[in-house]
Design a protein around this ligand. Sequence first.
Ligand SMILES: [Zn+2]
Length: 78
Amino acid sequence: MPRYNYTCESCTNQFEARYTYAEIDTARPACPECGSEDCTRGLNRVNMTASGTSGSSASSASGCGSCSRVGGCSGCSH
Ligand SMILES: [Zn+2]
């Protein structure tokens, strides 16, 4: 179930709420800090953060650590 970022317009508290795709259009989350329902949904889904797309993952697919080529040396068991 996707999580969404919300910002409370009353106290500017930021929190997460989980809704299904069917629920999200009608969801009215209440701020856990002040209880206000005047909350703005953020643009980004929390579970779609780009932390895994920074490009660092490419290094793990190249060689065994002692070589720099993909599948390059006798140390590469594959
Ligand atoms: Zn609030």
